[in-house]
Design a protein around this ligand. Structure first.
Ligand code: ADP
Ligand code: MG
Length: 678
């Protein structure tokens, strides 16, 4: 067995399985070793049934006394109950939509369970515990791996076990000095204990080393890129002070003071000889798009092309339409580019870009493909920056000689972190909403009656010509979760609403676009969607946002979703239907009802959930980290940053043999798409 052997050399891994592993990014045995558990099940707490306590995860073994199906949950899931006992007592287990259990389990079976007891009407109950035959039960600290369809947890654990002899072959990517200075455990120990922790202390040591490594690799990559690109170099210089005023005066509204300030900062950057490198941060609905428009207008008037990249096709197309209506009146030609366009249409746009007749380009990541070349690119903008990876950002930069860069994001990132992530970027903040916006009236609901009232209310709003969004956490019905899916809600609502439609990420791009276009034209009254509509969409006539199973979303995400309404001058409403009435759910509901401030909400969210889940990689657009967390491990990040700086200072190209491992990991993390000049 060697680290670089293909995963298909393992027993039990055929072509189908190999393909499934491919989806997890696993091709070689080494990749599998570096697939770390996201969490652990602490199965060291083995209790008799009488000892079970509310909210305390435990392993217990008992005899099945009774298996009974019958009744439905609040969400219409079929309920299966099981009574299990040992010498000390008995406990009730509850499963949803799990009739398969009654085929495989008989009364009298002895099983071992793992789960968290909860109190229901005074009695302890365990919902969806994991179980296995007593003889096969595992205890200790068990790894829980990220999975994909076709690979089970059990299988993953088994494969990791078979790989254990290989751990010793993994070489350290850090030199001895760095290891000693930072008191890191060795590589083999780290890998061993991240998969199969001996105890809590060993796990912490293992994690520390691996987190440190990840940050080192990340920091080396970012710093090397910074060195290579030189953010201080001259940028395209727009020699037309005040030219944007014309455009600002032609807008149907007055800019807010905050927008004016940001527009001024951008204009000053563009006019200076230094290349602009600016991040605009502003809450949802604060009016970021117009700043991009103003900058693009200024670029065009100075003979430069500009490009704007958005994370979804829906959003890109919406920007295209708005830019076209804003700019074409001023004689500026706006083009659109996406992956799903016909070849002939694409070719026309590409020609226009190459000969300079298309001055403004809007699109998805199609705009960074190699076949796109510009005549004179002077400005590069990315909207909803946090959705993009650094690679994409970098590729776009490379399209022009030294174009000015403008990034826009609604994610409130603390400044210290932003500096780490965005390096030397300047930051503008829009801290004011356009006038005349009424605060969105937000209400939480827990029961069916309230839910019916909410939909009746939505119906009345539609009768007055307004439109409604309904967001659900899942596309399809789930086996084990008692949650409404988009399909299901859509099915229900189609009976009560004539012009309802469904939108989710599994649909073809063209279908999604059609639906979004019809919704924005007012041809659809009520749109049932998954979070695909989370970013950027602007349909000011929509005044009601209903979120089903709101407990499944983070607060920051709820805030983003809520931001889809309240974009016009009419009163808007947001209803959070919670599938839980726990204390946390109540607290979260209250925060949403009382605050409309994205920064405040993000902070509160952090207090409730811990920072990791908010500033997960999805939010900042860096390459995926396996274990490291920018906020929780901030101190480690700091140390690794200094260490990275020192290494690059001594060995800028990472050509020394002791840095070879590091170099190959950096290249792997950032992909082969662009060269770091390493
Ligand atoms: P976001 O910051 O979320 O990207 P948008 O740029 O989509 O926000 O703007 C939201 C809405 O506010 C749009 O309909 C836009 O036309 C409008 N808008 C932007 N600035 C102003 C302003 N100063 N006064 C009135 N409406 C504005
Ligand atoms: Mg926007």
């Amino acid at each position: 067995m060697e680290l670089q052997d293909s995963i298909s050399t393992l027993k039990g891994v055929g072509p189908k399985k190999a393909e499934a592993f491919g989806r997890l990014g696993v091709k070689t045995l080494e990749d599998l070793i570096f697939t770390f558990p996201g969490l652990y099940e602490d199965r060291r707490n083995i209790l008799s049934i009488a000892m079970l306590k509310e909210d305390e995860e435990a392993v217990f073994t008992g005899k099945v006394e009774l298996v009974r199906t019958g009744g439905y949950s609040r969400r219409g899931r079929r309920i299966l109950k099981m009574l299990v006992s040992d010498d000390t007592g008995s406990v009730e287990l509850v499963f949803f939509n799990a009739s398969y259990i009654s085929n495989s389990i008989r009364t009298g079976d002895r099983l071992t369970f793992f789960g968290k007891p909860q109190r229901n009407r005074g009695r302890l109950q365990v919902v969806h515990p994991q179980f296995s035959r007593e003889s096969e039960a595992q205890t200790g600290i068990l790894p829980v791996y990220p999975l994909t369809k076709g690979i089970s947890q059990k299988e993953m654990r088994r494969l990791q076990q078979t790989l254990r002899p290989l751990y010793a072959k993994a070489e350290s990517i850090l030199n001895r000095e760095t290891e000693e200075k930072n008191r890191l455990c060795d590589t083999k120990f780290a890998i061993e204990n991240i998969h199969f922790p001996e105890d809590g202390v060993s796990l912490r040591a293992a994690k520390y080393r691996l987190v440190f490594e990840e940050f080192m690799v990340l920091q080396i990559g970012l710093q090397a890129f910074k060195l290579a690109s030189g953010t201080l170099c001259r940028g395209a210089e727009f020699d037309n002070p005040g030219a944007e005023r014309e455009y600002i005066d032609s807008l149907p509204y007055k800019l807010t003071a905050a927008q004016k300030r940001c527009a001024g900062e951008i204009a000053a950057d563009l006019e200076s000889e230094k290349r602009m490198n600016r991040l605009v941060q502003g809450d949802v609905g604060s009016g970021k798009t117009v700043l991009a428009e103003i900058a693009m207008y200024k670029a065009a008037k100075c003979g430069y092309q500009s490009v704007m990249m958005a994370p979804t096709e829906i959003l890109a197309y919406q920007h295209f339409e708005s830019l076209k209506s804003g700019l074409s009146g001023h004689g500026i030609v706006v083009g659109f580019l996406s992956g799903s366009m016909k070849a002939a249409e694409k070719r026309k746009v590409l020609e226009g870009l190459a000969d300079g007749s298309v001055q403004v380009l809007v699109g998805t990541h199609a705009v960074i493909q190699p076949e796109v070349s510009f005549n004179r690119l002077g400005l590069v903008i990315t909207d909803e920056q946090h959705r993009f990876g650094v690679n994409q950002r970098i590729l776009l930069k490379e399209k022009g000689e030294s174009p000015n860069i403008l990034l826009m994001t609604a994610t409130p990132i603390p400044r210290t972190l932003a500096v780490m992530i965005y390096g030397d970027m300047d930051i503008s903040v829009i801290d004011e909403m356009p006038p005349g916006r009424l605060p969105i009236c937000t209400r939480c609901a827990e029961d069916e009656r309230a839910r019916r009232q909410i939909y009746a209310f939505a119906k009345r709003q539609i009768a007055r010509g307004r439109q409604v969004y309904v967001v659900t956490p899942l596309i399809d019905e789930s086996e084990t979760m008692d949650v409404r899916s988009a399909q299901e809600v859509f099915g229900e609502l189609s009976e009560h609403f004539d012009r309802a439609a469904l939108l989710h990420g599994g649909m073809k791009q063209k279908e999604k676009d059609d639906i979004m276009t019809r919704f924005s034209r007012g041809e659809i009254d009520i749109l049932v969607a998954t979070v695909v509509i989370e970013v950027g969409i602007n349909v000011p006539n929509a005044t009601v946002m209903i979120i089903e199973n709101a407990e499944r979303f983070g607060l920051a995400q709820l805030h983003q979703l809520r931001g889809r309404v309240g974009r016009g001058s009419s009163q808007s409403y947001c209803f959070l239907i919670q599938g839980s009435d726990s204390e946390t759910a109540k607290k979260r509901g209250k925060i949403m009802e009382e605050s409309g401030d994205g920064f405040f909400i993000a902070e509160e969210d952090m207090k409730i959930r811990g920072p990791g889940e908010i500033f997960g990689t999805r939010q900042h657009g860096l390459p995926d980290m396996k274990l490291a967390d920018m906020v929780r491990h901030f101190e480690v990040l700091n140390t690794a940053r200094d260490e990275a700086k020192a290494i690059l200072a001594e060995d800028p190209g990472l050509t020394k043999p002791e840095n070879a491992g590091l170099k190959s990991r950096v290249n792997k993390l950032f992909g082969d798409d662009y060269s770091l000049n390493l």
